[in-house]
Structures are given as C-alpha cells and as structure tokens.
Design a protein around this ligand. Structure first.
Ligand code: SF4
Length: 322
C-alpha cells in the first residue's frame, strides 16, 4: 500500500477561555480530542458531523493553519507537527485548501489572473510568461475561459467562483486538498457540477481530499471513506458503502436517518436525535454522546468507549458494539 499523503495520530486542539482584567484561563474548549486518521493518494476521506463538532478545526490543524495542542501530523511521511514557518514552506505547496465561501475567499480587488497566479508567485519557479500560461491552462481545466484572467471575481457566479478557488488550489499541483464545506454555499445543480469536477481532477492527478461536510448526500457522492465526528472525537470510520449500508454507531444511525430521503415510506424507521450538541467546553463524561443516545446504558455515563475496528476498515466507538 502506498504511503499516506497525510496521517495524523492523537490530534488534539484545546482552546483556553480567558476572562477578566488579568485574562485568567477559566475554561478549556476541547475542539478536537485525539483524532487519528490517514488518507492515501487518490482517496477522498469525508469528515462529517454537526456544526461545532470540530471537523473544520481538524482540516486547519492538518494544514498547520493553527498549532495543535497534542498529537502528530505527517505529510507524505514527514513529521510536520512542530515545523517552523521556513521548514514548513516546502510542505505547504503540497497541501492546499478550498474554502466554503467562494464569495469572501477571493479578493474582490484583484483580477482572477492575479488570484490564481498568487501561489505560483509565492512558491513556484515559473517566470511571468510561464505563470500566465499555467493560469490559462488551470482556468481552462476548471471550465472557465482564458479571458476570465482579466476579470474580477465579483463578476462571476457562485459556482464559477468556486471553480476559481479550485484552480487556485491546483496551481502548485498539490497531493492533498482540504475542502471545507466546499459546495455548501452553492445551488444543488451547481453542487453536482463542482463535485464532478473535483472527482475528475482526482482521477487525473491522484489528489487526496479531506472533504469536510455536514451534508450526507454530498458525502455519499464524493467519498471513498467516511469519518463521523461528535464533540471533537471520531466515533465511526468506514468505507462509504459499509457506513451507509450498516451504520453501527447510534449517532451515525441518527445522522443518516435525519438526512433527506427520496422514499417517504422509509420515514417510519427514522431515529430522531433530541437535544443540542453539548458544549465542547464541558463535554459529558464517559461516552460524549450519552446525553442524546437513545440506547445508552449505565456504563456509558462513566466509561468512554474506544474506537475499535470491528470489520475490515470499519471502526466504531460504542460499548454496545461487540
Ligand atoms: Fe450510546 Fe453508550 Fe454507545 Fe455511547 S457507548 S453511543 S452512549 S450506547
């Protein structure tokens, strides 16, 4: 098996909450707690969960846009967890990001040509003519005309802007793209086009995606494996077909049951997830899901379940799964 493009182990991010004149730490937000995952070249791992579960923080930690509290991050076999800016620089070009909001992630004062060429200027070794040629090829590849170079991002529709964001992310030929809710702001028909473009690009370039989304329909379309997060922890991870056919964790079952479905007869089997996501400042003891779990037992209130592989590539953290 080829070396993973990214492998993280025990990844943890705690944010101190400070108050008062002396800015004393009064609490800790446990945004990410002990996440372990890896992604192979050409693979899409989707990270799903409710808003506030820590999935976006995982993406930002992997790209070293913030420093982790504990755990390790390996990019293409190199431990980058504690690298400084200069040492991190060669690794940054191999790991890029596509943001959620194509409206605010592109500078309205710059032409599209400048926006897409920016990473090439910062990290690449092409001269001006080479950069222009590469930008034209990238725009063409994402389905935009080369004359887009002279226009401004606000002149484009949401879907076109997301194509611009993808062109910019591709500029340095990365091995990994973290796509954080990359299609959530788009209309459904445009979503499908952008997802198909991402899948085609993956096939051509063997790119690994960490695809962060709250939308199970989108994840089912693009994912190879799915990791489900709840309150900063992965509670289930499995190949897509196994996760949708036999979800094992009660939280995954509730998420799938709550997703929009085409067949109204299936509604009678739906599990309704009650209550809000508890605060990551004060996560419940034992299994963090026990306050909302419809099948919790006494043990769940005191003992945290361990994420264990139960079948081939299918791991779950639940006391009831043997
Ligand atoms: Fe529910 Fe207990 Fe399993 Fe947690 S460990 S998901 S509370 S049954």
């Amino acid at each position: 098996m080829s070396e993973p493009v990214v492998a993280v182990s025990g990844l943890t991010k705690h944010f101190p909450v400070r108050r008062g004149f002396l800015q004393r730490q009064v609490a800790t937000v446990r945004a990410v707690d002990g996440v372990t995952l890896s992604i192979a070249p050409g693979e899409t791992l989707c990270l799903v969960g409710e808003s506030g579960c820590g999935k976006s923080t995982v993406g930002r930690l992997i790209l070293r846009l913030m420093q982790s509290t504990a755990g390790t991050i390996h990019l293409r076999g190199t431990d980058v967890t504690h690298l400084g800016d200069a040492a991190m620089r060669p690794h940054r070009r191999h790991a890029q990001m596509v943001f959620q909001d194509p409206y605010s992630s592109l500078n309205p004062r710059l032409t599209v040509g400048t926006i897409v060429a920016e990473p090439l200027e910062n990290y690449g070794d092409l001269n001006a003519a080479g950069r222009t040629e590469k930008v034209a090829a990238l725009l063409d590849r994402v389905g935009l005309r080369a004359d887009a170079m002279r226009r401004y991002a606000f002149e484009f529709s949401g879907g076109q802007r997301q194509r611009l964001g993808i062109a910019r992310a591709l500029a340095l030929d990365p091995g990994l793209i973290v796509a954080d809710e990359a299609v959530s702001a788009l209309d459904v028909s445009v979503q499908a086009q952008v997802l198909n473009l991402l899948m085609d690009l993956q096939e051509e370039r063997n790119i690994a995606y960490l695809f962060i989304s709250h939308d199970l329909g989108v994840v089912e379309h693009i994912g190879h494996r799915i990791a489900v997060m709840y309150l900063g922890e992965i509670v289930e991870i499995a190949p897509k077909s196994a996760l949708f056919a036999t979800p094992l964790h009660p939280y995954t079952q509730a998420l799938i049951a709550a997703a929009p479905i085409a067949d109204p007869r299936a509604r009678s089997e739906r599990i309704v997830l009650e209550g809000d996501l508890p605060s990551p400042m004060n996560p419940p003891a034992g299994c963090r899901f026990h306050t909302r779990c419809p099948v919790a037992i006494a043990r769940c209130r005191s003992e945290a379940p361990v994420l264990r592989v139960r079948h081939e590539g299918h791991a779950v953290a639940c006391h009831l799964i043997g």
